[in-house]
Design a protein around this ligand. Sequence first.
Ligand SMILES: [Zn+2]
Length: 154
Amino acid sequence: MDTFDRKKDQLGIHPATAQHRLKKIVVFDLVKRLGENICYRCKKEIISEDDLSLEHKIAWLDNSPDLFWDLENIAWSHLSCNIRAARRYKTNSSRGKTRGKSKHLGVSYNACQKRKKRWLAQQRFGNKKRKIGYFHTEEEAANAIKLAGGYEPK
Ligand SMILES: [Zn+2]
């Protein structure tokens, strides 16, 4: 029996799964010790590591990958609260309440930024994205994309 099989045999689960679970337990223990186990969404205590979820305060997708890595943009929440918020984000996005996609390809809305122009216009060529700029209105942003040569659909 090799090491992998011995580990799997003795742990009773895949070693990678065990490693992942252990990391989660350690992180939760640290978070709890720091008193940071408070949900960013509902402000209630997070009691178990199974309900701990890492979330981004400002959605990074279709916005900026820098936000994914920005530690200032990280918060803890209940897994259930995070999932609920993600669902809400999807249903609200077309109305563009705080941030979200527009009906125009390449246009997205972001109210979380301290700027007056909140409609971001982006172009895509193949797998590359390029920021054109921020605009006051959705239509202006859509127009800028048109003028720049359009948004290449996938
Ligand atoms: Zn919560």
